[in-house]
Ligand binder design. Structure first.
Ligand SMILES: [Zn+2]
Length: 316
């Protein structure tokens, strides 16, 4: 009886040995019921993939989630069958939802750059504060998360970021100064004047009499060389650009609210009626056309057609 049992055990062992020579155990991997391939070992398989993905990138990965956890099925297959770990890994990686973490630096509430870590962000902010001690800058760090890889693709090395941010900060400071300058400029009937049309010497004030004209002076004369660019003082629409008697070559710009500015005696006009112009745009050049004794700009400001004293607002 024992003899038969021994023979049975040996026989069974032999069968297993033969099976193992010919066959091997592997795991069939499926995702959402669909076969993706074969792997040798499932020991921490997904964890290892995640770890590798984190190592292989310089980007700051916050979390990696696998949309569909793979299912494993132990199988005995012919030893000649090759496993395809690489393909399985690729498939799982494609299935992964990666959340990236990064930090935005904002100057005066405007995002200027992004870096990968909080340490870099703090280093940048401190650097900016030191470099721009005299400026009033509001520097903030905002923690951001994204699943869009492109958003973190543009993140630069911190040294590059320093240069980039300084450029933007300089721009921001200039913008701020420009805004302060405009804020300090006057308004005519609710219309903000952004600049003077030409810099030069006042040669005739508003309201004075003169032997070359009848009645009081309706504008302000600023002498400047022929050809000096004339800038429009506020945003508006050109309503007139033509020769007009004593005014010579005259440009009129309507700024809304009944406010108009006139630029007279010009040598050249660069705009046409109907054209929209923005404050500071060059619309004409100083000249001496019309009733004029030398190159100058005759500037008029009108409210609802009535001329007012430009010096109440400009050149004072
Ligand atoms: Zn004049």
């Amino acid at each position: 009886m024992l003899k038969y049992f021994n023979i049975a055990v040996i026989g069974f062992g032999l069968i297993i040995a033969i099976v193992l020579i010919k066959y091997k155990p592997i795991y069939k991997v499926s995702i959402s019921g669909e076969e993706v391939g074969y792997i040798e070992s499932k020991e921490d398989f997904v964890e290892n993939i995640k770890e590798n993905m984190t190592k292989e990138t310089t980007k700051n990965i916050d979390t990696i989630e696998i949309e569909q956890e793979p299912e494993y099925e132990l199988k005995l297959v012919n030893r000649t069958l090759k496993t395809n770990e690489e393909q399985v890994i690729e498939n799982i990686e494609e299935n992964a939802i990666i959340t990236y973490k990064y930090y935005e630096i904002a100057v005066n509430n405007e995002t200027v750059d992004s870096v990968n870590t909080i340490e870099e962000a703090e280093e940048l902010v401190n650097y900016m504060k030191e470099e721009n001690q005299d400026e009033e800058l509001d520097l903030t760090i905002v923690e951001k998360y994204t699943q869009e890889e492109q958003e973190v693709d543009t993140i630069q090395d911190i040294e590059v970021a320093k240069v980039e941010i300084q450029e933007k900060v300089t721009e921001e400071i200039e913008k701020q100064k420009e805004q302060e300058r405009i804020d300090a400029m006057p308004e005519v009937n609710g219309i903000k004047l952004a600049n003077i049309p030409v810099s030069g010497t006042i040669t005739s004030r508003y309201g004075v009499g003169s032997r070359i004209r009848r009645g009081a002076h309706t504008g302000l004369d600023i002498s400047a060389k022929t050809g000096t660019p004339i800038q429009v003082v506020a945003n508006g629409t050109v309503t007139f650009a033509s020769t007009s008697g004593a005014y010579g070559k005259l440009v009129k710009v309507d700024h809304g609210n009944g406010v108009e500015t006139w630029y007279a005696h010009t040598s050249k006009m660069y705009v046409k009626p109907g054209q929209e112009v923005t404050a500071g745009e060059i619309i004409a050049a100083v000249g001496s056309t019309g009733n004029s004794t030398g190159p100058h700009l005759h500037l008029e400001i009108r409210i609802n057609g009535e001329h007012i004293n430009p010096q109440k607002y400009l050149y004072n």
